[in-house]
Design a protein around this ligand. Structure first.
Ligand code: GLA
Length: 686
């Protein structure tokens, strides 16, 4: 029988959540069939329940999105989640200036309790983790001028595999216990909910919290299953809109995309929660973490640090304490940014701010640098001759006559705050210089790269010159003029470069540097640099090869790395098994996990890719995946949505003339839970 790899069960919270939800579904179904198993209405511990209260308006508890820390993303239930850690985080909030930057809550997640209640039905803190109890920790946190949060589930047990006691049927007693400990914030999860109506479960706890008389922020964590954005305003101050985030690009991206369209539901005291931050946990690049933080702020999302800051690198602190970005998140108008456009991975999102300005995020989802552009008018600003553009990562002001644009690196975000500016001419013009698109070539073979320098301002810049430099031994020559004596506002300068890497260079990605200098009308000399990546690859040899024997240009994968000749074990390289689809096994192929994409250089010299594709048997009866082959970015072969019940399907793609071939596995439209996508017997003909 197919079974789940053990790591899934321990560390795959959102998938475990899905399992729990499925179990709840099973319970519901049997409840219908058998009256003896009717889903219980949440039992109030009636003795303590006061007469029904009119729900007061508690929105003031989170007039701006809550900011703080939660241990889950860094520790899950591991032993390092304990009193030391929690106190250490409170200390760091002070020492590192995070409290000053606005971070306030220190929150405990699952696994703080013992699995059984005591004889009085009370929750018991785990004495190994919290030898002095919870109140002592809360007191410590309070002594630092911070607030303290705790976790339980709107079910019979919490979500961890051990299953700690949940709040369903114990709402009033548990809420009182939290209040007695000095809790200021409750995250209320969704596992083991016995199929009881979500609104009812969360409203009961809301009332129980109110009945204590202690103000507590109420964080609804039902993963967006019952569209909480439609009913949870007035129940809690924030509600999760998605399954669990994990520390990788694919996960963060898919969650962002689910949360972005919900902008109209957010406002003061009522926040969409796309889950906690991963910044500092190490699974993404700094560019990706800056995107994560920028986009969470533009979405007015709660900012709960999810890394153990005792071990995090300085870059994490630099990102998490960028006050100009935090100010976007915490703006008192409380608007969530709106998507203005999204095309080929180019996302433009604009957030209205209380001072009338707009924050514009130019986010590049794709794997190559792209030119992203919008205008002040499209961002919702009134007509003006000039606007101030504040770059919130570079902390610099420029002016534009209206265009808001930049060459944004792969997975990067340019975040600017724009406002009409009467004195715009006193600011230097906004100038962007960069290379859009991917450059791929073979060592020793010349390739053309085009750089573009735009002046978006209302005045010219002078003595413009651009220079492209590369690693030692590379030949780089301009093929058109690399400079101009004057670049008027609204104009651009394009320069072609011919780039050749020495024959003996190892395949891989190399960074070149584009340096642009100019003088402003005020006479200041400005020098700006931007990275340009060139990928070197060797085309497959003539005849037939297994793609798993060739080095890809790059890959992204939903969980863990794409595995060579093995299935996807979700975590470390090499942790998979023999590729197996419908009982049949293969020695060669790739083990991917949706959402995944693997790109190969084919140099226009190959004509056909073939494979046997399907879901690996190891995920049991779960998972759905669509397989797709792209030639130079264009889809040339695709399966329908495949399920685990299906045998392997043959896929054949005509890739004649393509310079790159990309293998894509998507989640079949239902989230990427258990989507182990096997490309078995994967061959290319060149
Ligand atoms: C669920 C939640 C997570 C986390 C875990 C704890 O998966 O969505 O945020 O609280 O439970 O078990």
């Amino acid at each position: 029988m197919a079974h789940l790899p053990p790591l899934r069960v321990r560390f795959g919270p959102h998938r475990r959540g899905a399992v729990a939800a499925a179990v709840a579904g099973v319970l519901c179904a049997s409840a219908l069939a058998s009256p003896a198993f009717a889903a219980p209405a949440p039992q109030r511990d009636a003795a303590e329940a006061p007469a029904a209260q009119a729900p007061a308006d508690d929105d003031h508890l989170a007039l701006t999105p809550p900011m703080g820390f939660n241990n889950w993303n860094s520790t899950h239930c591991r032993a390092e989640f304990n009193e030391q850690m929690v106190k250490g985080m409170a200390d760091l909030f002070i020492e590192k200036g995070l409290k000053d930057a606005g971070y306030k809550y220190i929150n405990l997640d699952d696994c703080w309790a013992l699995p059984e209640r005591n004889a009085e039905g009370k929750l018991v803190p785990d004495p190994k983790r919290f030898p002095n109890g919870i109140k002592a920790v809360a007191d410590y946190v309070h002594s630092k001028g911070l607030k303290f949060g705790i976790y339980t589930s709107a079910g019979t047990k919490t979500c961890s595999d051990i299953g700690f006691p949940g709040g369903l049927g114990h709402e009033y007693s548990d809420a009182q216990q939290f209040a007695d400990w000095g809790v200021d914030y409750l995250k209320y999860d969704n596992c083991n909910n016995e199929g009881v109506d979500a609104k009812q479960r969360y409203t009961t706890m809301r009332d129980a919290l109110k009945a204590t008389g202690r103000p507590m922020v109420f964080s609804i964590c039902e993963w967006g299953q019952n569209k909480p954005w439609e009913w949870a305003k007035g129940v809690g101050q924030l509600w999760r809109t998605t399954g669990d985030i994990s520390d990788n690009w694919g996960s963060m991206l898919s969650i962002m995309k689910k949360n972005l369209p919900l902008d109209e539901y957010a406002g003061p005291g009522a926040w969409n929660d796309p889950d906690m931050l991963e910044v500092g946990n190490g699974g993404m690049t700094d560019t990706e973490y800056r995107t994560h933080f920028s986009m969470w702020s533009v979405m007015a999302a709660p900012l709960l640090i999810g890394s153990d800051l005792r071990k995090a690198p300085q870059s994490a602190f630099d990102i998490l304490s960028n006050k100009e970005v935090i100010a976007v998140d915490q703006d008192k108008l409380g608007k969530q940014g709106k998507v203005l456009s999204s095309e080929n991975g180019r996302w433009v999102v604009a957030k209205e701010m209380s001072d009338g300005s707009r924050v514009v995020a130019l986010f590049n989802e794709s794997d190559q640098s792209q030119y992203l552009s919008t205008t002040a008018e499209k961002a919702g600003l009134p007509e003006a001759d000039g606007y101030r553009v504040r770059d919130l990562w570079k902390h610099k002001d420029t002016h534009t006559s209206g265009t808001i644009a930049a060459t944004v690196p792969a997975h990067g975000t340019v975040l600017v705050r724009v406002s009409p500016e009467a004195d715009w001419a006193s600011l230097p013009p906004s100038v962007d210089s960069g290379v859009a698109g991917n450059t791929v070539t073979e060592p020793g073979s010349a390739v053309r790269v085009t750089s573009t320098t735009h002046n978006f301002g209302g005045v010219p810049v002078r003595s413009v010159s651009t220079r492209l430099t590369g690693p030692k031994g590379w030949t780089i020559k301009s093929e058109s003029r690399p400079g101009t004596s004057e670049l008027p506002g609204g104009e651009k300068l394009a320069t072609d470069w011919r780039v050749t890497a020495p024959e003996a260079t190892e395949p891989g990605t190399y960074e070149l540097k584009l340096t642009t200098t100019y003088r402003t009308v005020a006479g200041d000399r400005v020098t700006a640099t931007s990275p340009v990546s060139v990928r070197l690859a060797r085309a497959p040899k003539d005849g037939q090869s297994y793609l798993s024997d060739l080095a890809p240009l790059g890959s992204v994968n939903g969980w863990g790395p794409v595995e060579k000749d093995r299935s996807n074990g979700e975590t470390a390289a090499g942790d998979g098994r023999t590729l197996t689809i419908g009982g049949k096994t293969w020695e060669k192929g790739l083990g991917a996990h949706a959402d995944s994409s693997v790109e190969y250089y084919t140099a226009g010299r190959c004509d056909r890719v073939t494979a046997q594709v399907g879901l690996d048997d190891e995920t049991g009866d779960k998972g759905t995946v669509t397989f797709e082959v792209r030639a130079d970015g264009k889809t040339v072969a695709r399966t329908g949505v495949l399920t685990n019940a299906q045998a392997a399907q043959e896929i054949t793609a005509d890739v004649a003339g393509a310079r790159t071939v990309t293998l894509v596995a998507t989640d079949g439209g239902d989230g990427n839970d258990s989507d182990h996508a096997d490309w078995a017997d994967l061959k290319i003909n060149c």
